[in-house]
Design a protein around this ligand. Structure first.
Ligand code: AMP
Length: 504
């Protein structure tokens, strides 16, 4: 079975561990085979059918995902924190025909299915328990490397999230690149604390660990203390996280007595590899972590559409404030506004080409075409080269925010806020913040005679947006800075609010 080849060389070795215990590689393989058989035999899944599923950090999630792959289906992972409206969009957009039922998402699933029906979708809900029984596949499903395997929804600058389609080949290329570059082995154990509907947690983390025949240890709910305890119990050799998590780990460490601090720091220092990505890692945070633990965090750069493209070296100097060099097999160019390769120290857009790139945005040929030039994917991220290392300078669009490692479309949030009766005009921006990267901030001009509180806004968003997209800050404003066309100058808003924050 795909991804399990290495692991199955030692079939009794633990593959995946959660609070309820461990499954060996052979146990995982047979459970995934049962899922595949039940999907094809009992639920009539045909090749290329889209299967929506929630992936809480539990062993069962891994069997479901591999089972869908084995059955020739296309997995569409939903966020366990998504709101019904967001799910309905994904179900209808991807034409999801089956949803695997997850009890913790009971209400939201039913609401999303009802909403999706009004968009001409008609997904069938399958009980996960019904996928447990069954034998190996009666007839072999031969899935080609070029067949789509996964659709991940990601925010863009055009409002509604787009479905990024990865094939089995592009996923394999992604995990292979990291396997070699970061020297994974079957001796490794990954402590997994990331979301599984995102490239970082799903591909780098889950598939990457399995590809190496390593141990995958899930922490079902994240807490900084629990991570430190796992480090102290020597339950990890590799750790992947976003900068917000390293921030929280340091905060938690600072609140401990000195004996605990010493024990924890020493344990973290034993990690073979600790990676940060999905958002900019402030150099101060890098230095603080190194001072505490002796560990040089490895920062890398990637994106849902391209997988991981640029990384600091596993061996060699890791430079804080940089994302390193292109990974082997990836072609990366930095293109200035004039369309030329940017000179050393000059800003340009990162453009990427290579086998790990996605195939298309699902059902959106126009957006797919627009995002490529000469075979290179246009990331919209601005960087400059300094002594052979790339430094990310920000995004070309102010409408893409990054908070706690999540990519968020300002326009999607604005659409929801604009429906609020007290809102006359709204601009959503990301205000820089040490802990969150950016804080989702709603700048609102209220309707005449109306007022609004942050609590009102958050309650309004409750059933319409996932919690991480819901604004954490509200600024009531009389008017926006605007250009001659009347368009809001968001960078100016960001500047003003950042200055106001520094002042406080
Ligand atoms: P996603 O598709 O959610 O993984 O988001 C990809 C985006 O995250 C990129 O386009 C960048 O804007 C940002 N990103 C990822 N890694 C880094 C990094 N190391 N430093 C700065 N931004 C990053």
């Amino acid at each position: 079975m795909q991804y399990l080849e290495f692991g199955l060389k030692s079939p009794e070795k633990p593959a995946v561990i959660d609070l309820a215990g461990a499954w060996s590689y052979s146990g995982l393989a047979s459970r995934a085979a049962h899922v595949a058989e039940a999907l094809v035999g009992r639920h009539g899944l045909a090749q290329g059918d889209r299967v929506g599923l929630f992936l809480p950090r539990r062993k069962e999630s891994v069997a479901l995902l591999l089972g869908i792959f084995g059955a020739g289906g296309i997995a569409v992972p939903f966020s366990v924190r998504a709101a019904a409206r967001e799910l309905a969009h994904q179900i209808a957009d991807a034409g999801v025909s089956r949803i695997i039922f997850e009890p913790s998402a009971h209400a939201v699933t039913l609401e999303a299915v009802a909403l999706a029906k009004s968009k001409d979708a008609d997904p069938r809900v399958i009980e996960a328990a019904s996928l447990k029984a069954g034998g190996p596949l009666a007839r072999d499903v031969s899935v080609t490397a070029e067949a789509p395997a996964l659709i991940l929804y990601t925010s863009g600058t055009t409002g509604q999230p787009k479905g990024v389609v990865h094939t089995h080949a592009s996923l394999a290329a992604q995990v292979d690149v990291l396997f070699h570059a970061w020297e994974w082995s079957s001796e490794d154990e990954l402590l997994h604390v990331l979301q599984l509907h995102h490239i970082h947690g799903l591909v780098n983390g889950l598939l990457g660990a399995l590809r190496a025949g390593a141990k995958l240890r899930f922490l079902d709910t994240f807490s900084a203390r629990a991570v430190w305890d796992e480090f102290a119990a020597r339950h990890a050799s590799v750790f992947y996280a976003v900068p917000t998590i390293y921030h929280q780990l340091i905060d938690c460490w600072e609140r401990q007595d000195s004996a605990t601090q010493q024990r924890w720091a020493q344990a973290a220092g034993q990690l073979r590899l600790a990676v940060s990505g999905s958002a900019a890692l402030p150099a101060r945070l890098w230095t603080r972590w190194r001072d505490l633990t002796g560990q040089a965090l490895l920062e890398r750069y990637g994106m849902t559409e391209i997988g991981m493209a640029i990384s600091n070296p596993y061996r060699g100097e890791r430079r804080p404030g940089t994302v390193g060099r292109p990974l082997p097999g990836l072609r990366v160019r930095v293109v200035s506004e004039s369309g030329q390769d940017a000179a050393e120290g000059m800003p340009g857009e990162i453009q990427v080409n290579g086998p790990s790139l996605f195939r298309e945005y699902w059902g959106n040929l126009g957006a797919t075409r627009e995002s490529f030039r000469e075979g290179y994917f246009l990331t919209g991220d601005i960087a400059e080269m300094r002594d052979g290392y790339l430094c990310i300078r920000g995004r070309a669009s102010v409408d893409i925010l990054k908070s706690a490692g999540y990519k968020i479309s300002a326009l999607e949030i604005e659409e929801v806020l604009r429906e609020h009766p007290a809102v006359r005009e709204v601009a959503v921006i990301g205000v820089p913040d040490q802990q969150w990267g950016e804080i989702v901030t709603a700048c609102v001009i209220p309707q005449a005679g109306e007022t609004l509180t942050l609590d009102d806004l958050r309650a309004w968003c409750g059933d319409k947006l996932a919690p991480y997209k819901t604004p954490r800050r509200l600024e009531l404003i009389q008017d926006f800075p605007r250009n001659a066309m009347g368009k809001v100058i968001k960078p100016e808003l960001v500047r003003r609010l950042s200055a106001a924050l520094d002042f406080r």
